[in-house]
Design a protein around this ligand. Structure first.
Ligand SMILES: C[S@@+](CC[C@H](N)C(=O)[O-])C[C@H]1O[C@@H](n2cnc3c(N)ncnc32)[C@H](O)[C@@H]1O
Length: 207
């Protein structure tokens, strides 16, 4: 996900306009795997089982592969992305099997979720917003809800985004907000990312 778009305004990842321009400039963005991340199945297997029909959100869902996979697995899947072109691409690929929402993850009106799956949304954020992102994520989970995700710990020395985060740094950010159940090396990463990702399962107190 190197930034190599000459026509873009300065890097303002908080803005839907910015991301829309990214999709305009690069209809096949570098981060897009064209299929669900193999780490979705891996992290689901690490986590306490979700009930059939559980409501699961994918913030920053892009073209919607992971949200569509969650729907296929029998969950009430929500794909949330504030860039209109992302959701246009998601709908074109997967129709209405998923509830697509154009809300901003930080501020939008959304229901409470049983789980949230993060794949290259957290690492696309400016590092200064990570705490606020985790606050928003915790607040969107019902008590006992799960935060599941896959994260780069190494972006091979490239300037972000994505902004890599060492595992212990993520632990320090998450621990005051959510109970960490598992922090593990990712074993089934896409070949392009092999050996550079880890998985998190964390739970909101209560429930
Ligand atoms: C790097 S892309 C990842 C897309 C997808 N998760 C994937 O792995 O293919 C990050 C996505 O997050 C979206 N995004 C960034 N900040 C957001 C926010 N605050 N609310 C909703 N979507 C956001 C962007 O529009 C972009 O589509």
């Amino acid at each position: 996900m190197q930034r190599r778009f000459s026509t873009l305004p300065p890097w303002i990842p908080n803005s839907p306009d910015y991301w829309n321009q990214v999709y305009l400039d690069e209809p096949k963005p570098g981060w897009d795997l064209g299929a669900p991340s193999p780490l979705l199945a891996e992290v689901l297997a690490l986590a306490p089982p979700l009930a059939p029909g559980a409501r699961v959100a994918v913030p920053g869902c892009g073209f919607g592969h992971d949200a569509a996979e969650l729907a296929r697995l029998g969950f009430e899947a929500w794909g949330i992305d504030f860039a209109p072109l992302a959701l246009e691409g998601a709908r074109a690929r997967y129709g209405e099997a998923v509830t697509w929402s154009a809300e901003d993850w930080f501020t939008g009106e959304l229901p409470a979720f049983d789980a949230v799956f993060d794949h290259t949304c957290f690492v696309a954020m400016e590092p200064a917003r990570r705490g606020a992102y985790l606050d928003a994520t915790r607040d969107r989970l019902r008590p006992g809800g799960l935060w599941l995700g896959a994260f780069f710990h190494d972006t091979q020395g490239r300037e972000g985004p994505p902004f890599a985060i060492p595992r212990e740094e993520l632990r320090a950010l998450v621990a005051p907000r959510l109970d960490i159940l598992s922090l593990a090396d990712a074993l089934q990463s896409h070949p392009r990312r092999l050996g550079r990702e880890f998985l998190v399962v964390a739970r909101k107190a209560g429930g």
